[in-house]
Design a protein around this ligand. Structure first.
Ligand code: G6P
Length: 359
């Protein structure tokens, strides 16, 4: 076991640092795979597009929703896999369901897929495991090439899912004529820099460790963002809860005024996920939190340099296309360091399984 950790104290840390390579291999694999075109073809001809997953994989579907809405003008309907019965009455053979699952074996996701298939819905799978049950049920499978993920909390599979879905969104936009072939190629070219973006984890590790010292003393915290950042905030809060057992609640920053802010008192930590394009609005949310005594932290792109925050982790200068790859690894690292500092094993969190095969 020690050898397979490659010198790292935990699989999770190894897997966080493996993200640059996992992203690159996923991209290379996909651009040569005819399944990308087949999946795009299904989406272009679909009456409606549904997306589902559980846990971290569900969060990847939310990020996909953000990108495909902006790029191709298609607004997919997302649902948490276990909630599928609520959506099944609405689906038909003209619809497509994208099911995202690292393992391809999560029972809730498989059930959603089986129910949709019964109604004639076409299935696109996004999975990390070749030959998994999900891939066998699907009409088309897009593989992430993250390599085996051992840590229970998903890290590298999340960002490779995001990249896969982002590329799919661009392919769809191209087929619809919203962007042309050269635009598509420049997106592929840009995505090849996801590798560099994800190196933010190595560079910022000492900074994140210092932040973890402060946050591991908290009982509870908020993780806020807007638009793309709201989705990343959900994933960051899930990571913190899963392995450090500190309560972290994610909210769209604007909505935090409608309830959550009532909990804020002197020293209450609020982490802002600083994605590009929403700086001004996030700054006013930061001010609101500070006015109530919150300890304000921002983990964001360099345009957050002037943020009115007590603690800033700047990940580099990235636009919306690359922001998740630079922002997520430091947030995963934060959860990791908090867990270790609190004396927990981040690879094997209590009550959680890597793959949930019960309803
Ligand atoms: C479990 C794991 C999570 C994972 C989720 C979905 O809850 O602990 O890390 O995100 O299952 O797994 P899947 O294999 O379907 O992506």
């Amino acid at each position: 076991e020690e050898a397979s950790k490659g010198g790292y104290p935990h699989y999770m840390l190894k897997e966080i640092f493996e993200q640059p390579r996992a992203l690159y291999e996923t991209l290379i694999g996909l651009i040569e795979d005819p399944a990308l075109e087949e999946a795009a073809e299904l989406l272009v001809n679909a009456r409606r597009v549904f997306v589902t997953g559980a846990g971290t994989s569900y969060h990847a579907t939310l990020v996909f929703k953000h990108y495909i809405t902006g790029m191709a003008g298609i607004v997919p309907i997302d649902f948490i896999a276990s909630e599928h019965p609520e959506y099944m009455a609405a689906v038909s053979h003209e619809d497509v369901l994208i099911a995202v699952s690292q393992s391809g074996e999560t029972t809730d996701t498989l059930q959603a897929v089986r129910e949709a298939k019964k109604r004639g819905v076409k299935i696109i799978a996004v999975t990390n495991v070749i030959g998994s049950t999900l891939s066998r049920l699907a009409d088309v499978t897009l593989y992430t090439r993250a390599g085996p993920e051992i840590g229970v909390a998903a890290t590298k599979t999340f960002l490779t899912q995001v990249l896969t879905l982002q590329l799919l969104a661009a392919r769809v936009a191209c087929k619809l004529g919203v962007i042309d072939k050269s635009d598509f190629e420049s997106i592929v070219e840009k995505l090849s820099s996801a590798r560099e973006a994800a190196r933010s984890a190595e560079r910022l590790n000492p900074h994140i460790k210092a932040l973890a010292v402060i946050l591991s003393k908290a009982q509870s915290m908020f993780v806020l963002g807007r638009l793309l950042g709201a989705h990343l905030a959900r994933e960051a809060a899930l990571k913190i809860k899963e392995i450090s057992y500190v309560h972290a609640e994610a909210y769209p920053a604007g909505e935090s005024k409608h309830g959550p802010i009532a909990l804020v008192e002197e020293g209450f930590p609020v982490i802002f996920v600083g994605t590009p394009g929403v700086e001004k609005k996030l700054y006013s949310n930061m001010e609101e939190m500070k006015a109530r005594g919150a300890k304000v932290i921002v983990v964001g792109v360099d345009s957050y340099e002037d943020a009115p925050a007590d603690y800033k982790v700047l990940v580099g200068s990235y636009d919306e296309t690359l922001a998740p790859y630079a922002i997520m690894p430091p947030l995963q690292l934060l959860a990791y360091h908090m867990a270790v500092m609190l004396g927990y094993d981040p690879d094997k969190p209590r009550n959680l399984a890597k793959t949930v095969t019960v309803e």
